[in-house]
Design a protein around this ligand. Structure first.
Ligand SMILES: NC(=O)c1ccc[n+]([C@@H]2O[C@H](COP(=O)([O-])OP(=O)(O)OC[C@H]3O[C@@H](n4cnc5c(N)ncnc54)[C@H](OP(=O)(O)O)[C@@H]3O)[C@@H](O)[C@H]2O)c1
Length: 255
């Protein structure tokens, strides 16, 4: 790793890819602030990381869609800056747009976009001032394609990729890196081996950390997804729409 971060705040650290971020960072000696709703999972993880790696771990139990709780995390970032912010917490509601409750769509926008923008805004000015820092925003391969069956989720992830790439350019040369991590399908349990479609969460998190420390704008983990990205960009959009729609219809029919 080119930059060793002394401190990091990771959202969504209670499970999945976020837990992998926390473990990998602690293993590299980074002191952590870990954020999610499930306090008992965060507490258990914190205890384990403190014992195993002798790092400091602060648990912040917060629902990042709750304005008051989210504001506390923002205030924490402004008052006690971290060198790396990992905006990982995210969620997708699956189903036809018109059939899902409006609140499901709005909650995804609130968490995947509004919370990410707010926390980035709380952390970035201080990083620029200090001339050091990183923001790693977790997007998705679905940010690059139309996403029938998860239209709002895909749109939030397209936002995250575009937003991060723009910020990456804005802060270039200031010692601060902003990176979008765009994983494909990622197993959030460890007992299943990776295959052509499925990535391992540790591999995804490791790729993201390496990308932000190396100052890359975009990170697509896994050779299979790396190879797919240029193809996705070249395929005529009507063909791409037809293909993803067929996949969504087939998945819906088998439910
Ligand atoms: N797995 C994949 O295939 C895949 C592919 C591409 C991108 N991603 C992205 O990767 C990121 C991590 O997802 P994952 O697959 O690891 O899923 P996950 O295991 O469900 O983890 C999501 C994390 O976000 C937290 N979270 C959810 N709602 C929250 C809220 N309102 N406030 C605070 N924290 C909240 C959850 O913790 P609590 O429930 O304790 O709050 C959990 O720690 C997401 O941004 C996701 O969109 C995943």
């Amino acid at each position: 790793m080119r930059h060793a971060y002394r401190t990091a705040l990771v959202t969504g650290a209670s499970s999945g890819i976020g837990e992998s971020f926390a473990r990998l960072l602690a293993g590299r000696g980074t002191d952590l602030v870990i954020v999610a709703r499930r306090a008992e999972l965060l507490d258990g993880l914190a205890r384990e990381l403190v014992e195993r790696y002798r790092v400091a771990v602060e648990v912040v139990a917060a629902d990042l869609t709750d304005p008051a709780q989210r504001a506390e995390v923002e205030a924490r970032l402004r008052a006690e800056p971290v060198e790396l912010l990992v905006n990982n917490a995210g969620y997708g509601a699956f189903g036809a747009f018109a059939e899902l409750p409006l609140n499901d769509h709005l909650a995804q926008i609130d968490l995947n976009v509004a919370a990410l923008v707010r926390l980035t805004h709380a952390a970035l000015p201080g990083m620029i001032e200090r001339g050091r820092g990183g923001v790693l925003n977790v997007s998705s391969m679905s940010g690059f394609t139309p996403s029938p069956g998860s239209a709002t989720y895909g749109a939030t992830k397209a936002y995250v990729a575009s937003f991060s790439e723009s910020l990456h350019s804005e802060v270039a040369g200031k010692g601060v890196h902003v990176t979008a991590l765009c994983p494909g399908f990622t197993r959030t349990e460890d007992d299943v081996p990776p295959n052509l479609l499925w990535l391992r969460r540790d591999d995804v998190a490791r790729a993201g950390l390496e990308a932000v420390s190396a100052g890359r704008a975009l990170c697509v983990p896994g050779v299979q997804y790396k190879a797919a990205l240029p193809a996705l960009r070249l395929v005529p959009r009507p063909l791409l729409r037809a293909a993803v729609n067929r996949m969504w219809q087939q998945a819906a029919d088998t439910r």
